[in-house]
Design a protein around this ligand. Structure first.
Ligand code: ADP
Ligand code: MG
Length: 646
């Protein structure tokens, strides 16, 4: 393969150039993280090899003692990170190192603002990985060979991190990857064994793989009487390797021995995140099906939260051996933002994907893990409402999938939900169903909500008028998922969830007898007008009646109890699902409104019809709906307005 052995010079994608530049400048105050990133990659590579070798131990090539070795050379001004992990083929180097083909890259670049300060924050969310080498190095040489491949199949990649990189085939006797950082003039501080050791201890103590270095040779303290000449003549003492990290998997240690910082660093390693997590749960479950879990909630939603193909965030280990980081069986979709590890001690090591999919033990572990996560969130909600609010603003819309997906935990999830409400009138979702219930009015037996496609449409919905007047709280729902949520969550704490735009409101219990009598009289009075309106609207509506919900608006549309709300119909339409059999809405008019009162005395049939159509179209508009024929609406409205000019 002559083409492949040839040294090629390839350009970075423009995006990579931009990323490198940004990173070098924005991470400068935190530059030692390059070591964490390289060690993290080496550790992943060892994990992958160990797993592959379960079914093919020839991959070890006679050396199954996996480790990471660090070297530095003051003369050459280099730091070297060597692993004997899985290694990479030429294609893999091109794919993983030459470009940044991570999911979320596109969104990342789209969210860049060009403002240094803001973008620096963003880069933290993105995770910097291998490229962080260029914070301290002006040239990086990576040499690698895939485990099990011939030694002639080594690959060398080299770049100064500017416009391009070279790639060529080389011989490499040892499998795995060796990365040489040629340090910038300004970065001499890292050419120091003690400095390197302290960085490793800070960032990588939790890695179960040993990280080794040559023992530092202490300058001898006692001045030998034989003098310097004789000292030089002595053969150099053989250098010993020493392990510089604890090399025990973090989750296997006792909780009280683990500091918050250890937990955070481990998170950054497993989640490939740069920021501290929001909260974690670490727990060992004993019994016939034993497992340990260490799970985290990130402090920010990952870029690929809505990407259906995104990787799942929980890694499966079996007795400390990494098995897979793509086990969708471990977490339900509504908890897809959870990161961390589950180590199952009672599964056999040689599990295949198929076995995982059907394993009873895995599904037991999953349901146990879900309960732990819910418990962690409950704890956060009650102990640290501020952090919980942060959690909700990042992941709330995903959590709302919970009651739909996970029936067995419906009640618990329902308690974790937060909504905007008329109680606060800000778009912040911070009202729980428990809060709502505790504020219910005497005689109120339902939880009321309104759905719309934006917060302001919900907040200004005419359907809320009567509730405002009576001082009854209404939840303001405007996330897309909300319609599905309320259709799956019909009850909370024995109280029915009721749309204010559906059916009869039945608020009478809250009224006195006197008010009822009054209403009956009004009904009589308006009977003929209602009939006339129904004649005009004909098959557009199923019924015309007086409204008990309106105090200020002249009219509104109401879905019948079993019908779909206007908002839901719109969502279905947008999704390309026309609901041909959709029920017709009920048209409600407000007898207290001057326009409606005026209609009682309108003699001119065509004006009456125009007014009726205008009220009907207005009702659609005020719920954020779209008119079938906006031009006709404008025409009729202008006709009436012109009447004012005479
Ligand atoms: P991440 O670790 O988040 O995937 P990185 O930029 O750190 O991102 O690494 C990119 C990819 O390059 C890794 O996912 C892996 O496939 C590959 N890689 C990096 N370092 C090594 C290594 N030491 N051994 C094998 N593969 C590596
Ligand atoms: Mg990495």
């Amino acid at each position: 393969m002559a083409v492949e052995t040839k040294k090629e010079t390839l350009g970075f994608e423009t995006e990579v150039k931009h990323l490198l530049h940004l990173m070098i400048h924005s991470l400068y105050s935190n530059k030692e993280i390059f070591l964490r990133e390289l060690i993290s990659n080496a550790s992943d590579a060892a994990d992958k090899l160990r797993f592959e070798a379960l079914s093919n131990d020839r991959l070890y090539e006679g050396d199954s003692e996996l480790k990471i070795r660090l070297e530095y050379d003051k003369e050459k001004r280099t730091i070297t990170v060597i692993d004997n992990g899985i290694g990479m083929t030429r294609e893999e180097v091109q794919e993983h190192i030459g470009t940044i083909a991570k999911s979320g890259t596109r969104q990342f670049f789209e969210s860049l603002t060009g403002e240094q300060a803001k973008d620096s924050e963003l880069i933290g969310q993105f995770g910097v990985g291998f490229y962080s080498s260029f914070i301290v190095a002006d040239k990086v040489t990576l040499t690698t060979r895939k485990a099990g491949a011939d030694k002639s199949e080594g690959v060398r990649w080299e770049s100064t991190g500017e416009g391009d990189y070279t790639i060529e085939s080389v011989e490499k006797a040892q499998r795995g990857t060796e990365i040489v950082l040629h340090l910038k003039e300004s970065e001499s501080e890292f050419l120091d064994g003690y400095r390197i050791r302290s960085i490793v201890r800070k960032f990588s103590d939790h890695i179960s793989l040993p990280i080794v270095m040559d023992k530092e040779i202490m300058p001898s303290m006692d001045k030998d009487e034989e003098g310097e000449e004789a000292e030089k003549a002595k053969a150099p003492a053989p250098v010993e390797e020493e392990t510089i990290n604890r090399a025990s998997a973090l989750w296997t240690r006792a909780r009280q021995e683990i500091s918050e910082e250890d937990y955070n660093e481990f998170y950054k390693h497993v989640a490939h995140d740069f920021q501290d997590p929001l909260v974690h749960v670490h727990s060992k479950v004993e019994g016939t099906n034993e497992y340990t879990l260490l799970l985290y909630v990130p402090s920010r939603a990952p870029f690929d939260l809505w990407d259906r193909d995104a990787k799942h965030g929980v890694k499966l280990y079996i007795r400390k051996v990494f098995i897979t980081d793509d086990a969708e069986q471990l977490m339900p979709r509504y908890l897809r933002f959870i990161r961390g590890i589950i180590d199952a001690s009672s599964l056999p090591l040689n599990v295949s994907r198929e076995i995982l999919q059907q394993s009873k033990q895995i599904s037991t572990i999953k349901s146990g893990a879900v309960k732990k996560v819910l418990g962690m969130l409950e704890g956060l909600a009650s102990n640290d409402p501020e952090k919980y609010a942060k959690f909700w603003s990042e992941f709330g819309t995903v959590m709302k999938e919970g009651p739909i997906e996970d029936h067995s935990n419906k009640e618990r999830i329902a308690k974790l939900l937060r909504f905007a409400s008329t109680h606060a009138d800000t778009d912040k979702q911070d009202v729980s169903l428990e809060n709502y219930v505790s504020r219910m009015k005497e005689g109120q037996d339902k939880i009321y909500y309104v759905t719309a496609d934006s917060f302001s449409a919900a907040k200004n919905s005419p359907h809320l008028e009567i509730f405002r007047k009576k001082g009854i709280e209404v939840l303001l729902l405007s996330d897309r998922i909300d319609e599905w949520l309320v259709s799956n969550l019909s009850e909370f704490d024995g109280k029915h969830l009721q749309s204010v735009a559906k059916g009869d409101l039945d608020l009478d219990k809250l009224d006195g007898e006197e008010a009822k009598k009054e209403q009956e009289d009004v009904n009589k009075e308006f009977e003929p007008v209602l009939k006339q309106i129904k004649d005009v609207l004909a098959d557009k509506v199923s019924e015309v009646r007086l409204s008990h919900r309106l105090t200020e608006s002249p009219a509104c549309l109401v879905a019948d109890v079993y019908g779909m709300s206007l908002n839901m119909e719109r969502i279905m339409k947008e999704a390309g699902q026309s609901m041909g059999m959709g029920r017709k809405p009920i048209f409600e008019v407000n007898p207290a409104h001057p326009l409606v009162a005026r209609m009682k005395n309108e003699q001119d049939d065509s004006r009456f019809a125009d007014l009726t159509h205008i009220l009907f179209d207005q009702a659609i508009l005020s719920e954020g709906g779209q008119l079938d024929d906006p031009a006709a609406f404008v025409h009729k409205l202008n006709g009436l307005l012109q009447g004012l000019l005479h």
